[in-house]
Design a protein around this ligand. Structure first.
Ligand code: GTP
Ligand code: MG
Length: 149
């Protein structure tokens, strides 16, 4: 099954939206296989946002993500990468549709609550960066046949 790296950013933790984010993925039928709370190091933040290195907002982005606790998660399910991005909404919350996480809970680009991998390749890279294999759980939810035909 496909996996995605989903992270509640420091503003999402501070605004008590962790449960809300988890609830949406859980209720959709996706499977939680990894979860932890941590204050990211500069090193992990630099690698995670490596694609943005050199852009004017990069130092602010890394400064923000390392400024507090985040909740890092791995979710699994059919087309989770693309569907997760759709559930999260557009990068700029003012352009995010209502019903998406950012469209319901955010206003500013730099405070958009949640990160989601943008491709299957990025997901694999990010999961390997944030989690060791023994931190990912192998299990079979009994509801699977009620979610997938
Ligand atoms: P993530 O899921 O967080 O990666 O968001 P995204 O994939 O929708 O956007 P992208 O990867 O392009 O940018 C990563 C993060 O950097 C965004 O979520 C924003 O918080 C921030 N960001 C992106 N572009 C800008 C910008 O032009 N200005 C500022 N201040 N922040 C930006
Ligand atoms: Mg991105």
């Amino acid at each position: 099954q496909e996996r995605s790296f989903i992270m509640v950013k420091p503003e999402g933790v501070q605004r008590a939206l962790v449960g809300e984010v988890i609830k949406r993925f859980e209720q959709r039928g996706f499977k939680l296989v990894g979860l932890k709370v941590l204050v990211p190091s500069k090193d992990i933040a630099n690698v995670h946002y490596g694609e943005h290195e050199g852009k004017p907002f990069f130092p602010k982005l890394v400064g923000h993500i390392t400024s507090g606790a985040v909740v890092a998660m791995v979710w699994e399910g059919k087309d989770i990468v693309k569907t997760g991005r759709a559930m999260i909404g557009a990068t700029n919350p003012l352009a995010s549709a209502p019903g998406t996480i950012r469209g319901d809970f955010a206003i500013d680009l730099g405070r958009n609550i949640v990160h989601g991998s943008d491709s299957v390749d990025s997901a694999q890279r990010e999961i390997a960066l944030w989690f060791s294999p023994d931190e990912l759980a192998e299990y079979d939810p009994t509801v699977t046949p009620w979610i997938y035909e």
